[in-house]
Design a protein around this ligand. Sequence first.
Ligand code: CP3
Length: 333
Amino acid sequence: MTPIQECLINKSTKVNPVWLMRQAGRYLPEFREIRRSNPDFIKLCLNHTLAEEITLQPIKRFGFDAAIIFSDILMVPYGIGQTVKFKKNFGPSLGTIDLNKIQSVSEDKFTENLLPVYKLLSNLKNTKDLETRDLIGFVGAPWTLLVYMINKVSPKNGLSQDFFKDKILINEILNLLDRFIKIHIENQIKAGATIIQIFDSWAGLIKEDFDKFLYDPTLSLVNYVKNLGVPVICFPRGITDYVRFTKIVKPSMINIDYNVDPEHLIKSLDIPIQGGLDPKILLSNKENLNNQIRKYLEIFKDHPYVFNLGHGILPETEVDMVYELVETVRDYK
Ligand code: CP3
């Protein structure tokens, strides 16, 4: 059994597994080098040879307990036919939605569009580096994908009221997402994913209709993953009530963001917890980093806990600080 499965399934408090959200990415010089000669991000995600190399880069360097596939949550909108581009120093930019077009995509065509992602997983499954580690597949939650599909760019300044004006469009997209995200999950599990993480990066923007946008769609996916016999981690970033979310949605593990008070949480929850550390701490100094890491490990010493961050690692993070993080977690008694 892998260290994370020990924690997730056996509820062991004796292991301190560690991996980092967005561990395969821009803070790594070896990733930036590949990226320089591959300007088209979607193409890079669909190049299974390079994607395999990128997935394994952080494993080779730091020996994390899990590899997360190099891909993106926006591969689902791409797979159903919406244009997705990534602009330098800007982020994602999606094309106008043609509802007729995306509604007519068959399940086979969707799978065909994303075949390199599944090939990536099946190749990784057989690599020596992953014999003792988990291989994490992932999806964006319906809400976060809806946000990108309609808003078309990251909603850094929130959503306008306009966002909600076409109720029919919203409902059609949510139905479509439920169907295709499930196909993407099933394909990833069949190809070798041992855990699925659901990223709801913009969950904090939901101000009303929590059942419709947060609880119902996430519960539908969580039940689906569990029925396939694989653990599922939820990351509803920025919501105010993680306890309520966890009680309703019942993921196998909950990833907390850095605004969550972990002490309050363990009093109310008995499921394994992951994450929490503010990624900005990695931009400070080693002493501060060590203190903050130990704070989390101390709080969780009698609770199944996977060390991770409260959001993705920042591109400006120095590699040295990541070595320090891993060492501190591993040395903690
Ligand atoms: O975790 C990993 O290392 C695996 C790969 C991974 C990527 N994106 C690669 C990537 C994962 C798990 C994601 C998830 C993702 N993608 C999320 C959810 C997690 C989160 O951070 O909130 C979101 C919201 C996206 C959408 C997305 N993709 C954005 C907003 C951006 C641009 C800004 C950014 O965060 O990097 C991307 C591009 C992206 N996805 C890059 C990588 C390595 C950077 C590409 C580059 O510019 O070189």
